[in-house]
Write a protein of this length. Structure first.
Ligand SMILES: Cc1cc2nc3c(=O)[nH]c(=O)nc-3n(C[C@H](O)[C@H](O)[C@H](O)COP(=O)(O)O)c2cc1C
Length: 195
């Protein structure tokens, strides 16, 4: 079986700490010999428009803008959703926050239009966060936002891996490799036991 992985990537830096966290995860994943197909949605490159609260999705399913379609396709196909992001100002960087705000269309689909599961496919989810300081207060805020998101996206958060102090320490895989191995193991088990 091939695991379909969809990544919401929130860093503007292709070789930053967030990207390296993903690399570390995939070396754990591949090490276990599990086949995967990966789609990365780079929030900075995509430049998704912010929600303008026009009220369209309260009346009709969907959004007035069509730039969300790649996210929708990714979410509908994924067995595993990974949110990988740096902490910016105690929260998600603006381009990734815009992606989450656009899931208001799922909120309205559910609560205004009565669609029980706006995203049909159930999936496992992981959250990887890189934060410059030793204070993980921002990660706590982001996890609260994700609890709401994952409910709408039909995703179960299995594990969070945080790399702290990135403004002071050079990337060292050993700081996160145990957390990543554990995350990969949990996903494997979850997907195997899913009905
Ligand atoms: C605009 C901006 C805001 C930031 N805000 C925070 C913050 O609130 N808390 C924190 O711990 N680090 C903060 N940082 C540091 C980043 O989280 C850190 O450098 C992280 O490693 C960046 O991820 P990257 O290496 O993938 O680009 C901020 C950095 C930037 C550029």
């Amino acid at each position: 079986m091939t695991t379909e992985i969809f990544i919401l990537f929130g860093s503007p830096r292709d070789r930053g700490y967030t990207a390296r966290m993903l690399e570390c995860f995939f070396s754990c994943w591949d090490g276990a010999g599990i086949k995967k197909r990966t789609v990365i949605f780079n929030a900075y490159r995509a430049g998704i428009k912010p929600c303008i609260h026009c009220g369209h999705c309260k009346k009709v399913r969907g959004c007035i803008y069509d730039d969300f379609i790649p996210v929708e396709q990714g979410l509908n196909k994924a067995d595993l959703l990974i949110v990988a992001s740096p902490v910016y100002g105690m929260g998600f960087p603006a381009p990734l926050k815009a992606v989450f705000d656009r899931t208001q269309q799922y909120f309205e689909a559910k609560f205004s239009l009565g669609i029980e599961k706006p995203v049909q496919k159930h999936k496992a989810a992981l959250f990887f966060a890189a934060c410059g300081s030793n204070n993980t207060g921002g990660v706590t805020v982001m996890k609260k936002q994700l609890a709401l998101e994952f409910g709408l996206l039909n995703a179960a958060l299995l594990s969070t891996v945080v790399l702290r102090n990135t403004d002071k320490v050079i990337f060292d895989e050993s700081l996160i490799s145990a957390g990543m191995k554990n995350a990969a193991r949990r996903v494997r088990r979850y997907l195997r036991d899913m009905p």
